[in-house]
Design a protein around this ligand. Structure first.
Ligand code: NAP
Ligand code: ZN
Ligand code: ZN
Length: 352
């Protein structure tokens, strides 16, 4: 048993998105059905739809920044009610019994969590993401979106928000800390907003100064162009924490040289190829390089509540289904201010 749902589908690596339909399972006892209002376009959608990270599952419906309204709940559901504003992020299930799951860090599930798209349920069915009009998911993997953040501005928080909030919290961004954000795109602009709201002194390291005014509006105190070599001498040994959101290979050593004693550079951007570094650039000041992967359900809810309390949402450009292919090209050119969000009401094929 299932229901037919409108979706934007790509059928092979790099193929254009077309309007089509997919099947969603019926609401199980612990499931909620969500009428999706908005779905953000994360750069990870592009990496996967173009098989930049290796082979992917097609047909594919990307989208792991999902915001909408609950329309139906299973009989055993206690966490959400019909009419609630809710979201879904990067995974829709996990084993629920490994140490990571029990610790609320389902992103590190030992069995492997179930990705919201380009993945398979434990029962074997393909998963389809948010570029669609409805989704059905277990209630434990559905987040509450607080009043005060619009659904369009909340959608990107489900990936861009948590992916930056989690390392900022883990590495102690806060008052007295110098935090640099490399790349001010979807993740980067949320990193600036959240780091500033946590009380850190925030610096943006961007390819150019073209977005400097926006950086200041998001809460950055300083803004430098990485195309200018002086940026690296001026900021030598300055930062306690660098969040690197770029998926291009910018070189590791030059950025490591910006870390102070005991500083850490955390990669959240995922380049296609391995990066190289020389150990003296770390040894010189007991520096660390690290990585961070989205966040768990509990921390994602904490992040949403934090953003609502601080009046934070993503800066979005709302687009229709017809604009998604062009939007991908604009994201690749760093021409996005700062997240494209699909209005899913435009996905069903117009009546002939
Ligand atoms: P995005 O919106 O495209 O932002 C990336 C930013 O990187 C751009 O806006 C640009 O900022 C900078 N950039 C791009 N190309 C560059 C180049 N050639 N040289 C220097 N800087 C460049 O992408 P996103 O959605 O934020 O995602 C960023 C990365 O994080 C992707 O690889 C994505 O897959 C990954 N990701 C990881 C996780 C995780 O859990 N770790 C979660 C989500 C996404 P400036 O113009 O300001 O320089
Ligand atoms: Zn993402
Ligand atoms: Zn697990």
């Amino acid at each position: 048993m299932s229901s037919t749902v409108s979706a934007l589908v790509t059928t092979s690596a790099g193929a254009a998105f077309l309007r089509s339909t997919i099947q969603r399972r019926d609401v199980g006892v612990n499931d909620v059905k969500i009428a999706i209002a908005y779905a953000g376009i994360c750069h990870s959608d592009i990496h996967q739809a173009r098989e930049e990270w290796g082979s992917a599952i097609f047909p594919m419906v990307p989208g792991h920044e999902i915001a909408g309204i609950v329309t139906e709940v299973g009989p055993a559901v206690t966490k959400h009610r019909v009419g609630d504003r809710v979201g879904i992020g990067c995974f829709v299930d996990s084993c629920r019994e490994c140490d990571a799951c029990l610790a609320g860090e389902e992103q590190f599930c030992a069995k492997g969590n179930v990705p919201t798209y380009n993945g398979r349920e434990y029962s074997g069915e393909d998963t389809f993401g948010g570029y669609s009009t409805e989704i059905v998911a277990n209630e434990n993997y559905v987040l509450g979106i607080p009043e005060g953040i619009s659904l369009a501005e909340a959608a990107p928080l489900l990936c861009a928000g948590i992916t930056t909030y989690s390392p900022l919290k883990h590495w102690g961004a806060g008052p007295g800390k110098q935090v640099a954000i490399v790349g001010m795109g979807g993740l980067g602009h949320m990193a600036v907003k959240i780091a500033a709201a946590l009380g850190a002194e925030v610096t943006v390291l961007s390819q150019s100064l073209s977005k400097q005014e926006d950086g200041a509006r998001f809460g950055a105190s300083h803004y430098f162009a990485t195309s200018d070599p002086a940026t690296f001498t001026e900021n030598n040994s300055r930062f306690d924490l660098i969040i690197n959101t770029v998926s291009a290979d910018l070189g590791v050593d030059a950025y490591a040289s910006l870390l102070t004693l005991n500083g850490t550079m955390v990669f959240v951007g995922i380049p296609e190829k391995p990066l190289a570094f020389s150990t003296p650039s770390l040894i010189a000041k007991r520096r660390s390089i690290a990585g961070s992967n989205i966040g768990g359900i509990r921390e994602t809810q904490e992040m949403l509540d934090f953003c609502a309390a601080h009046g934070l949402g993503a800066d979005v450009e709302i687009i229709g289904a017809d604009e998604v292919n062009a939007a991908y090209e604009r994201v690749i050119k760093s021409d996005v201010r700062y997240r494209f969000v699909i209005d899913t009401a435009t996905i069903p094929a117009p009546a002939a």
